[in-house]
Design a protein around this ligand. Structure first.
Ligand code: NAD
Length: 344
């Protein structure tokens, strides 16, 4: 690969445009091609960037114009479009969730590993320095044995938001509030506490919106390390309330509000002073999906490029992103044993 990484972006909708803004700020990347099923959107985006437009992901993947692809299409398409790109030896960054269907994600991980390709996921909250510091303290045992934890995602989405695109809130392409809005916080919880062994209880309902999947969810989890956890996610909270994580261990506890730690202590002492005090700008997102800061997205994008150049695992690899997809899959299976999430 030359000094310049030739990037292709599939999906030029809301997040695709945000990612294109991010790529413009990464010095060694040139967006060489874009792809969208909406031809006019693909053409207009390509013209603006002096890139080549495609309407077919396969044609773009086979074009020979690219080194890597960034997939920003509806969630149920990520893995299958990723596999087509991997079969053409293209490194991959996929928007979150990595996909909805865990079997397809396993096939994608295998394809990328067999070919020595980088596979990363845009779970940008893992770049927060304060989260990385807390994780290091947890792993070093400072909080003791982890007993319990919770993730609360109490957000608002209007019916207009769901009605604005046919894929939103569908089992095949989006899932509900857990898979779309909640995945960042569920992922952060799994990253800090560990993988989920079993879902002991799950109540998911479509309470307040005209959509297929859930807009209100409550689940009780048992983690592989024995800790118990509660996940509450809703897109019905008007006004929106919080994005919160709390973890209790035998020797300490921590609470996050958005990207910031509001409580952190162990051994009977307040230890917030040990952590970076810089406030992390996660943007809103709790009521407006596009009111998000791109700072953390840029950090994931830069790490993706560096991981390709250095032939190392990216900060959020496919395997790492799989952990929270596994938790998500187990929650959905507990609540709806007969529902197929994502495309088979
Ligand atoms: N990381 C974050 O903070 C964040 C925030 C919002 C959305 N997302 C994720 O980004 C993804 C896209 O969400 P969005 O809000 O941009 O959706 P969107 O509907 O605005 O854009 C999706 C685009 O994909 C195109 N598309 C659909 N099917 C296609 C196909 N088969 N081939 C090519 N193009 C196709 C559509 O025409 C559209 O332009 C979702 O997976 C979502 O979960 C991530």
């Amino acid at each position: 690969m030359s000094e310049e990484l030739r990037m292709g972006v599939i999906g030029c909708g809301a997040m695709g445009q945000a990612h294109l803004q991010v790529w413009e700020s990464v010095a060694t990347v040139r967006v060489a091609a874009v792809c969208d099923g909406n031809e006019q959107r693909a053409n207009e985006t390509a013209a603006r960037l002096d890139a080549i437009a495609f309407t077919s992901p396969k044609a773009m993947a086979e074009s020979g114009l690219l080194d890597a692809v960034d997939v920003c299409t509806p969630s149920g398409l990520h893995a299958e479009q990723g596999i087509v790109c991997a079969q053409n030896n293209l490194h991959l960054l996929l928007e979150k969730p990595i996909d909805l269907n865990i079997k397809k994600v396993d096939a994608l991980i295998e394809e990328c590993e067999d070919r020595g390709l980088t596979l990363a996921c845009m779970l940008q909250q893992r770049t927060f320095p304060v989260g990385q510091q807390v994780k290091a303290y947890i792993e070093a045992g400072h909080l003791g044995r982890l007993l319990s934890c919770s993730a609360s995602i109490k957000w608002w989405r209007s019916q207009n938001y769901y009605s604005s695109s046919a894929w939103r809130g569908t089992w095949e392409m989006d899932g509900g509030v857990l898979a779309n809005q909640g995945i960042h916080t569920l992922d952060m919880l799994c990253w800090l506490v560990g993988g989920v062994d079993e879902v002991e209880y799950a109540h998911l309902e479509t309470a307040n919106h005209d959509i297929q999947a859930e807009d209100n969810a409550l689940a009780v989890l048992r983690f592989e390390n024995g800790a118990r956890g509660v996940v509450e996610a809703t897109s019905c909270a008007y006004p929106d309330l919080c994005t919160r994580i709390e973890i209790v261990g035998t020797n300490g506890s921590v609470a996050f509000d958005g990207g910031n730690v509001i409580t952190f202590g162990f051994g009977g002492e307040d230890r917030r002073g040990l952590l970076q005090s810089e406030v992390v700008d996660v943007g809103g997102g709790r009521s407006n999906p596009m009111a998000i800061s791109l700072q953390a997205h840029t950090a994931i994008a830069e790490d993706f490029v560096q991981s390709i150049r250095e032939r190392r695992e990216p900060l959020v690899s496919g395997r790492k992103a799989r952990v929270s997809l596994d938790a998500l899959t187990k929650i959905y299976r507990k609540a709806f044993p007969n529902i197929v999430l994502g495309r088979e």
